[in-house]
Design a protein around this ligand. Structure first.
Ligand code: PEP
Ligand code: MN
Length: 269
């Protein structure tokens, strides 16, 4: 905890020409890349760039509640990298194990996401620290569903830092028990607490927190009001035809554009 508070005070993470904690950072794109419909992802990538996003998100491998639901596929990494090439924006994807981590890093993924389900997978966190020691690839660490808001979260991030990579971002993404009507219990309110105890930026995920597209802008703007340094948001050009979380929680890139403009205005106050 000492390290997270003082050892790296003043450390700044850079990605895609942006410096975290100096300008509002936005990562947006589909929950899931559908390899059967690659055109959707490419179109979404261009649209979120147009909307003002700094990094494109796209799920290649997916942690699904049911083993019978779409699990992701390594072939989707090529679609993700095509979006990177076409837009010129950095890309983010979630990895759940060391094999996926190696595939993502070898392909040139710019930002690695650790999902809520793996936030306490210390072996994976250590491995990420080791394998990104040289590249310093930024890592978005989601808050685990049963994770304490502050110390347990900070210690999990510290696993990555202590094993070689200081470029970690905290990502509150809703917790349990769910607030009736929302997917989870919105937890953007922990942002100032995290920022008080750690130097690391806080990049809130309103999409998984509320889990319903219509509430995402409210949660996003509230996160920025709480002092968040960035947002990670699910967006899709045709959400109803998406897979994974997109039909329920992805916002249209037009909605994203307005949201980003409003968020940047609040951030700059
Ligand atoms: C996601 O970002 O699509 C995801 C699975 O998030 P979480 O790990 O927060 O559930
Ligand atoms: Mn999702």
């Amino acid at each position: 905890l000492m390290d997270m508070k003082s050892g790296l005070a003043g450390h700044r993470i850079q990605i895609g020409g942006k410096t975290l904690a100096q300008e509002l950072f936005v990562c947006a794109g589909q929950c899931t890349i559908d390899p059967k419909n690659p055109a959707f992802f490419i179109e979404t990538a261009h649209a979120v760039k147009e909307a003002g996003a700094d990094v494109i998100r796209g799920g290649v491998w997916k942690p699904r509640t049911s083993p019978h639901a779409y699990q992701g596929s390594s072939e989707a990494i090529h679609i993700l990298m095509r979006a990177r090439e076409e837009t010129g924006l950095p890309v983010n994807t979630e990895v759940m194990d060391e094999d996926q981590l190696r595939i993502a890093l070898d392909a040139g993924v710019d930002m690695i996401q650790v999902g809520a389900r793996n936030a306490l997978n210390y072996s994976l966190l250590k491995k990420i620290g080791e394998l990104t020691r040289e590249s310093g690839t930024p890592v978005l660490l989601k808050r685990g569903m049963h994770m304490g808001p502050i110390d347990e979260f900070i210690c999990a991030a510290e696993y990555i830092v202590a094993n070689g990579n200081p470029n970690v971002m905290f990502c509150p993404r809703g917790t349990l028990p769910n607030l009736d009507g929302y997917r989870n219990h919105p937890d953007e309110s922990i942002t100032p607490l995290l920022k008080q105890k750690s130097w690391a930026p806080v990049v809130v995920d309103p999409s998984h927190s509320v889990g319903r597209a219509i509430y995402v802008p409210h949660a996003a703007l509230s996160a920025v009001s709480y002092g968040a340094d960035g947002l990670v948001i699910e967006s899709h050009v045709d959400a109803k035809k998406g897979i994974g979380d997109d039909p329920k929680q992805a916002i249209h890139p037009d909605v994203l554009a307005n949201l980003i403009a409003d968020a940047r205005e609040i951030y700059s106050r």
